[in-house]
Design a protein. Sequence first.
Length: 76
Amino acid sequence: MTTLLNALQSLPFQEKHRDLQMRRQEGLGHWLLNTPKFGEWREGTLDQNMLWCHGGPGVGKSFLAYVLSPCCLTKS
């Protein structure tokens, strides 16, 4: 586990975050925040506790993660 955490800490997250911030179009991905499934997941009422976003390269998974991160960080 320590090896994994050390590897993750070395990734350039801030650089990736800035890049997404510069390229993101206003409102992109906000549809996901309004879906019932996301609301249930965020409130912890789903059977699963992992939100899985899949898709091919370049379809927008990183942009969705960018949109979701503030929402998840402020979860009470």
